[in-house]
Design a protein around this ligand. Structure first.
Ligand code: 9D3
Length: 254
């Protein structure tokens, strides 16, 4: 998958580029990341990308022209990389507090594109005419105020890259975790056997794989009921899970 990121703070993207699973995916070319700085497309001596808002008020607005040139360059780079340049194959995604909230379902859908151009805003926002002309998808990462779109772009890339084929070392990990089956995760334990006068639950030491699977599932359910009643409401157990719930005395009809 191809990513072009348009940001006046390209150095921030070392976080995804240089570390962990995303870093490895980029090294192994399962994903490509190109950074494009709108300042490089300015024509004035000060390399200005922001101006005062028409109509007055506090703060600054990102100007359309440097961003338009940056997006056009991103599209030609995406094309050179083999992406078909249209909204169906390589959309322009604007990270914005006004966007639809990112979810695992959206992440899965985003992972199907050839690539995407991620547009990161700073200051109060971007000139609306640039957005009208270029933006295909608008995404927020949640209802809290950040200082720009860079961290949301990295959140999006992290969540999308881990869903690409052959990226997860253990290819089960992406399937089995929280939100994929609609429940929170079970607790995890590793060495040592005793820590802070707490020992590991006996069932995990038993080697009885069916009992371990049942215990983990019941733990998932108990946590989800308490912490995320919304997820529990929406959950539909399989036949096996229904048996486990019955033997644990949990009413699955809620
Ligand atoms: C305090 C400024 N706000 C005026 C009412 C508007 C505002 C402008 C720019 C609020 C935040 C931002 C910068 N945020 C993003 O670019 C952003 C974001 C976020 O703040 N929260 C969650 N998701 C996202 S995606 C992009």
């Amino acid at each position: 998958m191809y990513f072009a990121v348009i940001s006046i703070f390209p150095e921030m993207f070392a976080a995804v580029r240089e570390f962990g699973i995303t870093g490895r995916a980029l090294t192994q070319a399962q994903a490509t990341l190109e950074l494009i700085n709108p300042r490089d497309y300015t024509t004035d001596n000060y390399r200005r990308v922001d101006e005062r808002p028409y109509g007055g008020g506090p703060g600054m607005v990102m100007m359309a022209e440097p961003l338009a040139k940056a997006i056009e360059d991103a599209k030609s780079r995406a094309s050179a990389h083999g992406c078909q340049i249209d909204a169906a194959h390589c959309p322009v995604v604007y990270l914005s507090p006004q966007g639809e909230t990112l979810s695992e379902a959206k992440v899965v859908a985003l992972a199907d594109y050839d690539g995407m151009i991620l547009l990161c805003g700073r200051y109060e926002g971007i000139d609306e005419r640039l957005l009208a002309k270029y933006v295909d998808i608008e995404i927020s990462i949640g209802d809290y105020v950040l200082t720009g779109g860079e961290l949301p772009a990295m959140v999006l890339m992290d969540s999308v890259i881990r869903r690409l084929p052959n990226v997860m070392g253990d290819d089960q990990s992406a399937e089995q975790d929280s939100f994929v089956d609609g429940l929170l995760d079970c607790p995890h334990y590793t060495k040592p056997h005793s820590f802070a006068e707490m020992s590991v639950p006996e069932v995990l030491l038993s080697g009885h794989h069916a009992n371990i699977a049942q215990w983990r599932f019941v733990q998932q359910v108990e946590r989800t009921m308490v912490r995320r009643p919304d997820l529990w409401q929406a959950f539909t157990p399989t036949k096996q899970q229904l048996k486990w719930l019955q033997s644990a005395g949990i009413d699955s009809n809620r």
